[in-house]
Design a protein around this ligand. Sequence first.
Ligand SMILES: *Cc1c(COP(=O)(O)O)cnc(C)c1O
Length: 455
Amino acid sequence: MRYVSTRNNSKEYNFENVFLKGLADDGGLYVPKSLKKYSTKELSELKNLNFNELSTEIIGQFSSNFISKDKLKSLVKKSYSTFREKEVVKISSAGELKILELFHGPTLAFKDIAMQFIGNLYEYYLSKNDKKINIVVATSGDTGAAAIDAIKGKSNLNIFVLHPNNKISSVQRKIMTTVEEKNVFNIAIDGNFDDCQNIVKQMFSDLEFSKSINMSGVNSINWARIIAQAVYYFYSYFKLGKETISFSVPTGNFGDVFAGYLAKKMGLPIDKLIVATNENDILHRAISKGDYVSKKVKETLSPSMDIQLASNFERLIYYVKNSDSEKTANIMKKVKQNSYQIEKNDLDIIQKDFLSESCNEKETLDIIKKNYEENNIVLDPHTAVGVGAATKLSFNDCIVLSTAHPCKFPNATNNAINKHEKLPDELQHVLDKKENFQVLKNSTEDVKNFIKSKV
Ligand SMILES: *Cc1c(COP(=O)(O)O)cnc(C)c1O
């Protein structure tokens, strides 16, 4: 499969570029030149596959020039052997809603599913290439932990993780900062997540710097993450055995929900994808009325979604513009000036596939409380936003992606139901272990210097 950039589709790339670089040199995101579209008959042949087999099938559609099917199969198996659920994910219920539990990996959020796979993909690549790679990633709390767990201790790889200082939950931070492996570096930036993401983007576009350290990115724009996430849409669709289904997806950077859109484009009969946001509601304003103007980031109970500019939205724009990279590049200029309003025609196209809702802090707490009292389940605050969005839109018959284990967000559950969930035994130790991280100013130069001093 060949890939192009959303901002210039005259130049082609292979999976290796796409996976190692994350972002194209022109600042655009990689998208495949063409997509496999499964027929109804082909889909019915996939429906009895287990999670690992389905991962191998879906990911294999995108990576065949890079990795053989057999190798991919063993890599997938290795990636998911660390999960607490044999089938990796689990479907439970909250009243009429189905809950797709994606948090049974080593760091208790859905990001483990893609990241464990990516960690092993790096290892596979480095087994064939004599190189040293430095991974740099910004996190709103969960990506960093998942990436660290996937990369720690692997040879010829370092990982630098930037998180917004004091803006993530302490459990989130401790899972990252108590890791002892020497190839892991945590940096707390005096700023918010968007600042962290900006610093990483600036370092990538400084080609001299990024080439000099062989910099690689694993944030949610990485195409390899998206394809690994598309798998659970297929899996849960097959498990429920309905003709069509809708999904409600707690959304920050638009990565997870874009994976659902990809599954739909590949032929999976998804009706609607509900984009569920917290009070950082730019995506809700965009999808409901075309208003893609960012405001100041608010800190909420669901910090992994405290994001204004959703990087992956660019991919949707590209598809809505019928794969016209020139139009996409022009729109991204407007986004940069914070003056993008989605045209009526484009909005109509978006609304065929997407709906949106946002939940404020009180609603989020109420949903946690109500589900505890009525259904005897404890939802994490991100999942609660997903449940709330589905409920507000009266989508009772849909699958809500449950993106994190509630024990990661004790403040929210304490606040809502006066109780917090225990960490699984294998993570108890992070609570009182010594933490290791460096606080830096919101300055790209400072971060560059720090990284240079470590590599
Ligand atoms: C990252 C994250 C999200 C948002 O996912 P995106 O792909 O950025 O939209 C939602 N919930 C949790 C718990 C997360 O860690």
